[in-house]
Write a protein that binds this ligand. Structure first.
Ligand SMILES: C[S@@+](CC[C@H](N)C(=O)[O-])C[C@H]1O[C@@H](n2cnc3c(N)ncnc32)[C@H](O)[C@@H]1O
Length: 289
């Protein structure tokens, strides 16, 4: 049992391993847990890699999920973003048994990297949604999508009864955070804020506590605070931790963490080669017959 109270951690970002933070949190103390971990595919953060053998990664992922469920209130919601294989293993080896229900949503995006001539290009991720009990709080009105056919008789009835729209589908399109986007920092793996905002609004109300397992660039923490929810988070890397703290303090990304997109230098116009050749012909030589 934890000797700490939740209040001690509210609106703070722990500098260190998230498993250490979790160990200190009391049972059933947060309204939502959200995790966008390292996916174990070789990404380097500030020159460090957290990649390990697949089995070791899944054992770690299970420990993380177990602790996350322990600190989650019974009517709360857990979301874990990852590549489909990692989430499939977590589900089958642990989550399906441990939870009342697990849903596997799909986040899709456009991409111009990772193409291969022998398979289709990966352009989606898995978002696991785990509920501890059948009584999870879920706020459709905060995320409802406007009806496409508001003049339909049945839809008109629903609107008259107060419905704000339909429940979002189990797949979502959000653009990856582009280099030119205002939310982009030097952090290599940012989740689009819109995606997190939808998960947060679907599962919390202002004043609730969201546990953001991996602080990263602070994108999700920023949204949480802007929407009047409380956050608890951890980030193991001191530089990213500094980025998050500065971002929270000043409301902007510190200058040394802004991504500088190389400006296109204007080169002198090149004469297209074919045109060049054609001109030579017309000026110096007779056209071939
Ligand atoms: C995929 S990124 C999260 C990015 C975040 N979603 C965002 O949009 O900025 C994972 C982050 O977790 C951090 N990290 C890795 N292992 C950790 C651990 N055991 N405890 C806390 N943070 C960790 C990494 O430094 C990295 O910043």
């Amino acid at each position: 049992m934890s000797v700490y109270s939740t209040e001690q951690f509210v609106d703070t970002v722990y500098l260190g391993d998230v498993l250490e933070l979790l160990a200190q949190l009391p049972d059933k103390s947060v309204d939502m847990v959200y995790g966008d971990p390292d996916y174990n595919v070789g990404v380097k953060y500030e020159g460090k890699s957290y990649t390990r053998k697949f089995d070791e990664y899944i054992d770690w992922y299970i420990r993380l999920a177990k602790e996350s469920l322990r600190v989650l209130k019974d009517d709360g919601n857990l979301f874990l973003i990852n590549y489909p294989k990692q989430n499939a293993y977590l589900r089958v080896r642990y989550l399906d048994e441990a939870c009342y229900e697990v849903q596997d949503y799909v986040w899709i995006y456009n991409t111009n990297i990772g193409h291969s001539p022998r398979r289709f290009t990966t352009a989606h991720r898995s978002v696991l949604h785990a509920r501890k009990t059948r009584h999870n709080r879920f706020y459709k009105d905060q995320v409802a999508v406007p009806y496409q056919n508001p003049n339909d008789k049945r839809i008109r009835q629903r609107i008259a009864q107060g419905s704000k729209g339909r429940m979002p589908y189990s797949w979502f399109y959000f653009d990856l955070v582009k280099n030119v986007s205002h939310e982009k920092t030097k952090h290599p793996c940012q989740i689009p804020q819109g995606l997190y905002e939808m998960l947060l609004k679907a599962s919390t109300r202002p004043g609730d506590i969201a546990l953001i397992l991996f602080g990263g660039s602070g994108s999700e923490i920023e949204v949480t605070r802007r929407l009047g929810r409380h956050f608890i988070s951890a980030e193991i890397d001191p530089e990213y931790h500094r980025l998050i703290m500065e971002r929270l303090k000043t409301g902007t990304v510190p200058a040394d963490f802004k991504l500088r997109v190389p400006q296109r230098t204007s080169k002198p116009l090149q004469q297209p080669r074919l045109l060049e050749a054609a001109e030579k012909y017309s000026i110096n030589e007779a056209k071939p017959s």
